[in-house]
Design a protein around this ligand. Structure first.
Ligand SMILES: Nc1nc2c(ncn2[C@@H]2O[C@H](COP(=O)(O)OP(=O)(O)OP(=O)(O)O)[C@@H](O)[C@H]2O)c(=O)[nH]1
Ligand SMILES: [Mg+2]
Length: 307
């Protein structure tokens, strides 16, 4: 390549549900991070890699983070800590807010910490879900946000529909520092396949289960076996925290578990491009939210104490 290469980390931060994972997937051009309509879907930092710039000279390593919110439980604290540390390590931070929600209390709380937590990183603003509002509202929101914080640039986007995301990508490609690429050019994610597989199952569970249940379960891939016929056998465990939850996850006559299994398997087969035999066991583990091993499986730091 004649043009000198550039590369850098771009952290996507914002309140839960802002559309961070949707944007990451769009930038990468593949689904590497799970998305649901519910808050607090992403639990750990997920990296997705994209090539951008006029002659494809920039490698952008997007870091999807859990949403920033007021943590209550140990898991919440670990998620929020992971999100801020993602911001602290990045070359560029993109704060995502929702156009129709505007400057919420949650956004104000993030703005208060932004300077101190983003270090030397450049901070851009991405107003997402512009498909939900009128243009006039966007202009007012843009100027009010920029009065509150000196953003390097503001973008109005729809991560879902792809509006404005090209301009954001082009800008990011210009902003990242010169230097060698950080990953091989064909790599799009750096999570191990077993984690991606567990996340896919967790997404399907989150979509089908109600109230608190999605927040009180975790999925782990226990075993992965390559079969001689080219298919893969994947064994997973869903840990739930209460006796009653096992029955809910199973559903009447096992229907919920079956539907989850089918949906997860189909997505895995598409992702891997081959047949998958998926076996999902549900186990009650009352204390999983307090177990260090569960956190390391999720890629989170297990934090002691209440801070
Ligand atoms: N209308 C509209 N919906 C969007 C847009 N971008 C994302 N969404 C939806 O917003 C919801 C949340 O998207 P996610 O990408 O999971 O949000 P997130 O910020 O990663 O959420 P957490 O992982 O919980 O922090 C999903 O239902 C998306 O389909 C958009 O541009 N317009
Ligand atoms: Mg997410």
């Amino acid at each position: 390549m004649t043009t000198p290469t550039k590369a850098g980390f771009v952290a996507l931060i914002g309140e839960p549900n802002a559309g961070k994972s949707t944007l990451l997937n769009r930038m990468v051009g593949a689904k590497v991070s799970i998305v649901t309509h519910k808050v607090q879907t992403t639990r750990a930092r997920i990296r997705g890699i994209a090539i951008a710039g006029e002659s494809g000279e920039s490698q952008l390593v997007f870091v999807d983070t859990p949403g920033l919110f007021k943590p209550r439980r140990r898991l919440d604290r670990a998620m929020v800590a992971a999100a801020w540390s993602g911001a602290g390590d990045a070359d560029i931070v993109v704060l995502m807010i929702e156009a129709h929600r505007g400057i919420s209390e949650g956004v104000k709380a993030i703005l208060e910490k932004l300077n101190e937590r983003t270090g030397k990183a450049k901070v851009a603003l991405a107003i997402n879900k512009i498909d939900k509002v009128k243009t006039e509202a966007l202009l007012a929101l843009t100027s009010e946000m920029n009065e509150r914080f000196a953003f390097a640039e503001t973008f109005m986007i729809s991560a879902e529909r792809g509006h404005g995301t090209k301009a954001l990508k082009t800008w990011l490609a210009e902003q990242v520092p010169s230097g060698p690429w950080l990953y091989p050019e064909d790599q799009i994610a750096d999570s191990p396949m077993r984690n991606i597989a567990a996340e896919i199952t967790r997404e399907k569970l989150t979509l089908r289960l109600h109230q608190e249940l999605p927040y009180e379960l975790t999925v782990e891939t226990e075993n992965w076996e390559e079969r001689p016929d080219g298919s893969a056998r994947i064994d997973q465990i869903v840990y739930v925290a209460r006796d009653g939850h096992k029955g809910i996850v199973l559903g009447k006559k096992g229907e919920t578990a079956k539907a989850v299994n089918t949906a997860a398997r189909l997505e895995l087969e598409e992702f891997l491009g081959r047949r998958v035999h998926l076996f999902v066991q549900i186990k009650v583990r009352k204390n999983w939210l307090e177990e260090k091993e569960r956190y390391s499986e999720m890629g989170l730091e297990f934090k002691d104490g209440n801070k």
